[in-house]
Structures are given as C-alpha cells and as structure tokens.
Design a protein. Structure first.
Length: 377
C-alpha cells in the first residue's frame, strides 16, 4: 500500500506532469512573469467554468476576501456577520479593514453559518454577510440572499474550500458557489481542490462596476500606469501560477468527482456506528466537493482516536480546534459562550481524514478499519 498522505500533490502532479511542465516552460520562454497571457487565459477559462461575468485573479485567498470588501466600499465600524467556525482569514480581513466582525454560530448538520443566527445578529450597523462554504459544502445561499435583499446587505462568499460545488435553489436552478452573492472569493493554495504551486486567489462578480473597481485595487489602484485612481494593494496572480492553474482547471470536475467517490466509500464503511457521525451524502452530491472529509466523534475520546490514527501512520487533522470567538485576537465582550453552542460542540468532536484525488480503495479500507478498530478496544 502506498504511504497515506493528507494531501497527495506529488501523485496528482505525476498524472499531469507533461501538461504542467509545458505550461510553465511557456512562461519561461516568453519571460512574461506578471500579467502575462497565461493570467488572462486563466481568467477567461475560469469565467467560462463558473459561468460568471468577471474573474479577477489576485495573489492569495486572504487578499481576495479583503479586496472584495474594499471594492464594496465598506467603512470602519460597519458590521460584517460571519461564521464562528472557520479559518481565521475570514475574520482577519474584517478586522484589518477596521470593520466590526460579528461572529455567529453554525448549524450542526452541515457546519455552515446558521440562518437563524444571521437573522438574530442583524443591527442597523450591519452592512454585509460572509458565508463560508466550509469543507467544500455549499451554504444555504437562497436563504442568505433573501435575508440580504430584505435588509439591503452585501453578500461576500468565502469560497476558498468549495470551488466547483453547486448550490441548487428551491426552483431547481443550479449555480456555482462563489457566484451567487454580490462578490465571491477563492484561494488556490496548493492543497485546495484547484490549487497552484504557490499562493494564488481570485475574486468573482457579475457586477460590471464592482469588477472595474476591484481590477484597480489589485494593481495599486491603477487602470493606467502611474495613474492611481483608487487606494489599492499589490495583489497579482503571477504567470507561473496561472499556467499551473490553466493546466489543472480542465481536471477540476474530475478531481471533485474523485473526492466525492472517496467520501461515499468512507461513509459507507463508517455508517451507522454509534460513535461516528459522517457527512451527509446523497447520490447527487454536487453541493459538496469535499475539500475536507470531516467526521464528528460523539461519546468517545476524539483526541485518543487521533493519536490512534497517527500511531498507525494515518495523517489526520482537527479543523478547527479553537473557535474564533475564543481566539485572543478576536475576543470581544459582546460574545457570550451560550451564543455558540454548536461551534463549542464541534471543536470537541471534529476530525478530518485524508482527502485528495489520489486516494485508492486499499488506503480507504485501511483508514476506516483502523478507525473501527479503535472503538473495539
């Protein structure tokens, strides 16, 4: 059996090696390392894939979130509602812009932002909602957009973990997550479902005026060289990373299918165990692209299970061990522990298993049998 990796980027690369190498070589041959033809080609190709009018590439996923908020013209003190159970980058950019983060709880069944919690958190100062499509699963964008429209709020989708996932509304219409709100952002960190070989990110919108503003922001506020029309930043996707992404984008649906297949096999092997709650999976699970496959361990020692897996050379991780409202940087007297019952429960229960495109049946069988053996001790 091959050594089990949390993410097997080498195995993925070996299958597309010739295409990736040729794409990178083209950049080296033309010496167009910034804003070269590969960047523009990737932008157009991703627009077509997502069926969105504008993709603006940038340097990383955190920048993408920050620039999206800058483009909307949010002002210091404006309140931005987002999920307590997510990676810190989501709230980090809110704080950096001197906006006021408003952390709310998530739903237990899908770990995404709670619709009821959003409703309760809205005040006259609320200006935006940032849903996170956590672990690759689409948040309830229909309900979120209804709330936003009712209260005249912006919706900024944090799609760092869910590129390629669909959201299907009550009328059966499918849209790619990241393209439903006023603006969306994503990350191309190497371990993502669509990852480059360094850092990278992008912003999505169907709003022509907003896209124009954002294009200036990513490039020092310039539309014409040395003419700075808006306050901007230096956040450009370099041509080498764009070349890698262009080579990998045609395989994104295949990669997501492979993740979904692995998730089904995990869940089949672990279903109906009294101590294990697997992610909900239907036959048509295009709403979830499994950036992570995350279990909940109930009435058992999650940390002991983690050590058991590591002892058997099975990598695993806890995403996320500390709620944002408990992090030193984001503690606030407004937050009460009773406001976050689900998040406080999840941080004690969750464990993520290896999940990538190269998982094979032998590895999945070994991982799941090792988990089950822990409960037979």
């Amino acid at each position: 059996m091959k050594k089990i990796q949390m993410v097997d980027l080498k195995g993925q690369y070996e299958k597309i090696k010739e295409t990736v190498n040729a794409s990178i070589q083209a950049v080296l041959d033309t010496n167009t390392y910034i804003n070269g033809p590969e960047v523009h080609a990737f932008q157009k190709n991703l627009e077509a894939y997502l069926d969105v009018k504008h993709v603006i590439p940038c340097a990383n996923g955190t920048d993408a979130l920050q620039i999206a908020m800058m483009g909307l013209g949010l002002k210091p003190g404006d309140e931005v509602i987002t999920a307590d159970f997510t990676f810190a980058a989501t709230v980090e950019v809110i704080a950096l812009l001197q906006l006021t983060p408003v952390l709310v709880d998530v739903d237990l069944d899908n770990m995404n932002i709670s619709i009821e919690a959003i409703k309760k958190a809205i005040t006259p100062k609320t200006k935006a909602i940032v849903p996170v499509h956590l672990f690759g699963r689409a948040a309830n964008m229909e309900a979120i957009m209804e709330i936003a429209n009712e209260h005249n709020l912006y919706v900024i989708e944090d799609n760092a973990q869910a590129i390629g996932a669909n959201f299907t509304n009550s009328k059966g219409k499918k849209q790619k997550v990241g393209t439903i709100g006023h603006v969306g952002s994503t990350s191309f960190f190497p371990s993502k479902n669509l990852g480059c070989y360094g850092d990278g990110g992008a912003i999505f919108t169907n709003d022509d005026a907003l896209a124009h503003i954002i294009r200036g922001i990513v490039n020092h506020g310039m539309y014409v060289r040395y003419h700075h029309d808006v306050v901007g930043v230096n956040s450009r996707l370099d041509s080498v990373q764009a070349a890698v992404l262009n080579a990998k984008l045609p395989f994104l649906n295949f990669y997501n299918d492979a993740r979904q297949s692995a998730a089904r096999k995990y869940s089949k092997a672990l279903e109906n165990h009294p101590n294990i709650i697997t992610p909900t999976i239907s036959e048509v699970c295009d709403y979830h692209v499994f950036h992570q496959y995350t279990l909940r361990i109930v009435d058992a020692d999650r940390d002991a299970l983690m050590q058991h897996l590591l002892d058997n050379e099975i990598p695993c991780a806890i995403y996320y061990p500390i709620p944002l409202h408990s992090q030193k940087a984001y503690q606030d007297s407004r937050y009460k522990e009773e406001d976050f019952p689900v998040t406080n429960q999840l941080v004690k229960e969750v464990i993520s298993l290896p999940m990538h495109t190269e998982l094979d049946d032998q590895q999945i069988e070994f991982i799941t049998s090792t988990i089950l053996s822990f409960f037979r001790k």
